[in-house]
Structure formats: C-alpha cells, structure tokens
Ligand binder design. Structure first.
Ligand SMILES: C=C(C(=O)O)c1ccccc1
Length: 366
C-alpha cells in the first residue's frame, strides 16, 4: 500500500499524509508593504489537502528582501494578512508552515531600504538575476547588485530578525516555521567559499562557514521550540552561484549538527532540479546515517519516486513544487493516479489570478 498517503508526525504536528507543498515564490504580494495579496488566502486554501503546506519564502526584514512582489513577516500589517491565510487553511483542515527567508546578495538596490547595496558574507557579486519592479509596475529580470560584506557585529542583528520573524509567524497562526538555508540565499552563501571569503569566525573552515546557519537555527528554536522548527538545505546545490569543492563534507557536517537539535524536519532540495548533480544512494545512505529525524525530500519528484524513497527509508515525506502550482487537489490526483494539469511557466511569477487560483480540480474538470 502507498506509504505516501499515511500520516506522519512532524515535531508538534501530525500530518494526514506525506505529500507536502514545497515553498513556491509567486511574487503576487502587495507593494508597498510586502503584504500577502487577497488571492493568497484562496490559493493556499485550495491546496489545504496537502499533508503540509510550506508557504512561500517570506523575508524576515526589509533588508532580507530580494524579489519584487515577495511577502514579509516583519510588520503587524503582514502578520494580520498572514493570519487570514492560516485561518483559511486551518478551516479547510490543512497544516501550514512559513519559510523564513533572507536573500542576502540575491537582491538589488532598488529593493533595499534607502537604495543601499544588498548584504552578503563578502563583496562578491552573484552571477544571478532577480526580479525588480519596472516603472510601469511590471516585473523585470535584473542582475543582482554586488553586496556589502556584513560586519561581524551585524550577524547578531540578523539573528534577532530571525527570532522576531519566528514570533510573528507563531502569532500569525502558522503550525511550523522552515528556515530557508538553501538555493544560494544568505545562509547558503555563508556555507560556500564561492560567496564567503571572510576571515572572522564565520569564514574559512567548514565549521566556521556553517556557524551562521546553525546560530540562526538556535535563535529560532530558542524563540519557539525544536518541535516547531524545520530547515531547508540544498546539499551539493549550484543555484545562485554557490557551488564549491567541499560540498559533500559540508552537507554531512550539517546533517550531524542539525540532528543534534532534534528539529521537526530537515527539508532537502535535491540539486538536480537546478542543474546540479543527481543525489545517489550512497549520499542518501550517508545522510540518513547522520540524520535519523524526519526528512522531507524535494526536487522534481514523481509519486513513484517519492514512494520508493520513503520505502527505502531515505525520506519520510515528499514536497512537490511545480505540480502543486497547477494541481490544487494534487493529493487526490496522486491517490487516483489521475492525470496532472501541466504548470504554465509564463504565469509562475507576478500577475493575477490567472495561473494562480484558476487551475481546476478533478471535479471541476469532470
Ligand atoms: C525562493 C526561491 C528558491 O528557494 O529557490 C525562488 C525565488 C525566486 C524564483 C524561484 C525560486
């Protein structure tokens, strides 16, 4: 029988099934204010049959913003708007986590307070582009600006931003928080010698480069508790220019260190969805040996791949990204082995209801 549709306890929360909705940036939030838009409530409510929804990357402070149209969780107005989203998901019987995001150098001065340079571990520009707002209000792709290297003393301020964002997420009714430690954003930038050439205690050795990510975990756990905190990492990932030589050593070190914290879950974004290497069974076995807790796997999975990895014990649940964009009732479709609506990439980012809340369920298509 399919394990994918059996319950799973994830820290303080019990999920009805092991199909998660991956955090998906959709850039449809209101500016100024970076407040979830009126459609967000409907969009997340439609997908409430997921065992767990991980809501989109949400920046923990104004400086943490890296994309026009991304939401925040640092103001009362944002907390109020998110409260309506979580209430709608809970009313529909769902569970929802918020992804706490600091984009670091994947940002642009037009998105930063006072037009300042974005911040990062070192003043090394990412060979990446982001989405900024054009004069006519549309989203345009633009090269990320060269970041300013954070002073050692500033790290404590960002840890406070993670703490406050966690308190805000809890007050907004989220069941869990997920720290975004993946995909070449701030915490992942610190892990990589390609972005981090610091000479203080946050640069150099694997332990030093992992320090900030682990301090952020400890700050969030101290604010709530380990049963309400997960983290997403992208071992061996290359997205946003963070590939480097010692990624395997770093990935296994992080697994050991994160296991000690007994978190609700570890969310692994597999590198091959963004051009990185395919994870092999050797890596999966090494990871599982170091991390006995709940692992959520993600990265272009089919239901069959998810089921196989769960049966092998390498993951405990599977997160689906693009499939959830175009299939609000994904769980029902996977259960019935029904055809999936293909996602329309041209409406992934920005825009309105089209490509956001207007994908049909199986019933609506019948
Ligand atoms: C938050 C993102 C991530 O985690 O990769 C993201 C942001 C913008 C476009 C795609 C993905």
């Amino acid at each position: 029988a399919d394990k994918l549709f059996t319950p799973l306890t994830v820290g303080a929360v019990t999920l009805a099934n092991r199909v998660a909705m991956a955090p998906l940036t959709r850039l449809r939030n209101i500016e100024p204010g970076d407040v979830p838009g009126p459609l967000a409530k409907e969009y997340y409510r439609q997908r409430a049959s997921a065992g767990l929804i991980v809501a989109e990357g949400t920046h923990i402070s104004p400086t943490a913003k890296g994309y026009a149209g991304a939401p925040g969780i640092y103001s009362e107005e944002q907390v109020r708007a998110w409260s309506e989203v979580t209430a709608a998901v809970h009313q529909a019987g769902g569970k929802i986590a918020l992804q706490l995001w600091h984009t670091g150098r994947i940002s642009h001065r037009s998105l930063q307070p006072n037009g300042d340079a974005p911040v990062g571990p070192s003043a090394i520009q990412a060979d990446s582009r982001t989405n900024i707002r054009a004069a006519d209000g549309s989203l345009v792709r633009e090269q990320c600006d060269t970041p300013r290297a954070l002073e050692t003393e500033e790290i404590a301020d960002i840890l406070e931003d993670y703490r406050r964002a966690t308190d805000n997420a809890r007050r907004a009714g989220f069941d869990l928080v997920e720290i975004h430690g993946a995909h070449g954003y701030l915490l992942d930038q610190f892990l990589s010698p390609a972005a981090n050439v610091r000479t203080d205690q946050y640069g150099g050795s694997v332990e030093n480069r992992a320090r900030f990510l682990l301090e952020a975990v400890d700050a969030v756990v101290a604010e709530w508790d380990a049963d309400h905190v997960g983290i997403r990492i992208s071992p061996l990932g290359i997205f946003n220019g963070v590939s480097n030589t010692d990624q395997l050593e770093m990935a296994l070190y992080l697994a050991e260190q994160l296991a000690k914290r007994k978190l609700a879950f570890l969310h692994i974004s597999e590198p091959d969805w963004a051009g990185g290497p395919k994870l092999d069974d050797t890596f999966r076995a090494e990871l599982r040996k170091r991390y006995p807790g709940v692992i959520i796997g993600a990265g272009g999975y089919t239901a069959e791949k998810a089921e196989t990895l769960i049966k092998q014990g390498y993951i405990d649940a599977a997160a689906f990204g693009r499939s959830y964009i175009s299939n609000p009732d994904l769980v029902e479709r996977l259960k019935q082995n029904a055809p999936l609506n293909p996602p329309q990439a041209e409406t992934f980012y920005g825009g309105d209801a089209h490509g956001y809340t207007d994908y049909p369920t199986l019933q609506q298509q019948a």
